[in-house]
Structure formats: C-alpha cells, structure tokens
Design a binder for this molecule. Structure first.
Ligand code: COA
Length: 162
C-alpha cells in the first residue's frame, strides 16, 4: 500500500533523485551534473515529496540572497498533478525562505504556462516584470517570461497560527 506523500528537505545527496524527477516534469530538464551544481551554490535549499523513500513525485528548489529568495524550480510528476503537492511545496519554500530572513520570494514563469500561472496567482504571487522572448519553444516560437513576486512578511494569520 502507498502511504500519503511525505514532504521532506532535499540536499546535495538527493541530486540524482531530483534530476530523475525533473525529467518527468520538464521537457527542458536538468541533468544530474546541473542539479549538483545548483545544489552546491550558496543559499540553495530544496524539498521533495515522496511516496516512500527514493520514490519522489514532486520537487521544489529555492535560493536565498540577502533578504530576497527565488523559487528556482518546481515540478510534480505527471501522474500526481492536481493533488495539491505544488501548493504544499510553495508554502514550504516560502516558510523556509522567511525563516532564513527573506522578505520577498521571486520566480519566473513562461507566459503560456497556464497551470503554473494559475497556481502562483492562487498563492499570492503578482506579476512585477517581463523578459521579452526569454524562452524558445521546440517549434521555434519565442515566449516571454513573467517575473512574479510574493511578500513574505508575517501577517496577522501568522500571529493567530492560521
Ligand atoms: C505547475 C505544476 C507544478 C502544478 O503542480 P500541481 O501539484 O498539479 O498543482 P496543485 O495541485 O498544487 O494545484 C494548486 C492550484 O494551482 C492551480 N492549477 C494547478 N494546475 C493547474 C492546471 N493544469 N490548470 C489550471 N490551474 C491549475 C489550481 O488553482 C490548483 O488548485 P485546485 O486544484 O484546487 O483548482 C505542475 O503542473 C507541473 O509540474 N508542471 C510542469 C512543470 C512546470 O511547469 N513547473 C513550473 C515552472 S514555472
């Protein structure tokens, strides 16, 4: 029987696992080498959601620099989408970033990525910038990247534990 998915911190030792899962989430995925490089860079942290040890179904990586954080990547295995896992991961990244002193969380998303944009909008991110023709699709078409930001200040909900 498969238990409820468990969210845990991920580190450099998980680079291979993260890269394998990234391949299931993205057409333009990161190799193990690229993942090791990212995980080694200062301020980087990560989370995995696993069905059981070594069976990951979702991942998110973030990075802190001074009082700002960036969501570097987030992905959920195709079979596990629309189960609330990305929402859990974004909240874990936001909590971790806040705990490390960040006041704002940034990310970049392709303008045509409806699923991710809807998710980020629902999680209080707002569009604050645009990079023209930042991504190139397999057919050659250019897509803008939108920069989104979420405030990490502790509000009244935190005070009453909600
Ligand atoms: C985007 C992605 C991470 C969402 O993961 P997920 O676990 O399916 O998302 P959740 O189940 O947590 O969804 C939370 C909310 O986001 C929105 N959402 C998620 N997927 C959506 C979709 N396909 N269409 C519309 N809204 C969507 C909904 O508001 C959803 O809430 P609801 O299910 O109660 O309606 C996932 O589709 C994915 O891995 N895509 C490929 C990788 C990618 O594009 N990553 C983001 C790069 S910027």
């Amino acid at each position: 029987m498969i238990a409820d998915p468990v969210l845990r911190s991920a580190g450099l030792a998980d680079a291979g696992l993260l890269a394998t899962l990234h391949t299931d989430c993205f057409e333009d995925s990161w190799s193990t080498g690229a993942m090791i490089e990212v995980m080694r860079s200062p301020g980087t942290f990560g989370f995995l959601v696993e069905l059981q040890p070594m069976m990951p179904v979702a991942l998110a990586l973030g990075r802190i620099a001074a009082d700002e954080a960036e969501l570097l990547t987030i992905g959920v295995a195709r079979a596990w989408r629309r189960a609330g896992l990305a929402r859990r991961l974004i909240r874990a990244v936001a909590d971790e970033a806040r705990g490390r002193g960040a006041r704002r969380l940034f990310l970049e998303v392709a303008e045509d990525n409806t699923a991710a944009r809807t998710l980020y909008g629902a999680e209080s991110f707002q569009i604050v910038g645009r990079r023209r023709a930042y991504y190139t699709r397999p057919g050659g078409s250019a897509i803008d990247a939108l920069t989104m930001r979420r405030d990490l200040a502790r509000g009244w909900r935190w005070l009453i534990g909600r």
